[in-house]
Design a protein around this ligand. Structure first.
Ligand code: CA
Length: 253
């Protein structure tokens, strides 16, 4: 399966610097978005470090490095195991950087990654960066936010509408660099020709709801670079309160 991809990041209209980071690695069909947090630009350090650690591990694992750092999950495909291990190693790397340099204390990052092999997209995420699929003009959210408000929605204590404007909506319950152990959500998505996947930071999803993202993609999804620009411009037109990052990938055949 041939996959084409495009990505764009923008500081938005309010923030002076950009703590998001993304990577498109066409050779490995690896796509990652990370949204860093922490004072004094340390969010930038965390997001870049995590993305590079993921890319490094995927590269090593695919080149036949036999050392496997974690239990292998036989229910998942090999490339899903690789991506999951890569995210866990990225977490270890952020933690170890914090241990080595006390001034980095408090830094962390969300991450959403996608690795495509043989028509199956492995998706791994931690935090509130999301993955969506557009198929036949319909947008579907593929990830579950690791946030306090989403946990309240799932438990039935808040409606989706209440969650959108809740003062604690930015509180993530999982991040790389947070607790000692990190739980990584992994799922596998069969890709059909024409499917478009969107990976994004919350700078997009706090400005646009799912229906607005769907409309934006329907209008512009033919050209991935135009669609990336349209999403970022739309987030900024609505205030651009946060850094915004989008990565789009499409199964071409
Ligand atoms: Ca953000």
């Amino acid at each position: 399966m041939r996959v084409s991809a495009c990505g764009l990041t923008d500081p938005g209209r309010v923030r002076s610097h950009n703590e998001d980071f993304f990577e498109i690695d066409p050779e490995r069909a690896l796509y990652v978005v990370a949204d860093g947090m922490g004072g004094h630009s340390h969010g930038e350090v965390a997001s870049k470090m995590a993305v590079q650690a993921i890319q490094d591990f995927v590269r090593r694992a695919e080149s036949g490095d036999d050392t496997w750092p974690f239990n292998y999950d036989s229910h998942l495909e090999r490339h899903s195991n690789i991506l999951k291990a890569a995210v866990r190693l990225a977490h270890d790397q952020v933690l170890s950087a914090i241990r080595d340099d006390g001034s980095l204390h408090g830094m962390g990052t969300t991450v959403v990654g996608c690795l495509v092999r043989n028509g199956t997209a492995a998706l791994a995420h931690v935090g509130d960066s999301r993955a969506y699929r557009l198929r036949g003009g319909q947008l579907e959210l593929l990830t579950e936010d690791h946030t306090w408000v989403n946990e309240q929605v799932v438990a039935g204590f808040l409606s989706k509408e209440q969650a959108r404007d809740h003062p604690l909506k930015n509180v993530v319950t999982r991040a790389l660099g947070g607790e000692t152990e990190v739980a990584v959500d992994v799922r596998e998505i069969a890709m059909e020709p024409g499917d478009t996947l969107l990976l994004c930071s919350d700078g997009l999803t706090t400005m646009l709801d799912d229906q607005e993202i769907e409309e934006c993609l329907r209008k512009s999804a033919e050209e991935l670079d135009c669609a990336c620009k349209a999403l970022v411009e739309e987030a900024n037109a609505r205030g651009g309160h946060d850094n915004v990052t989008v990565v789009l990938l499409r199964a071409d055949d």
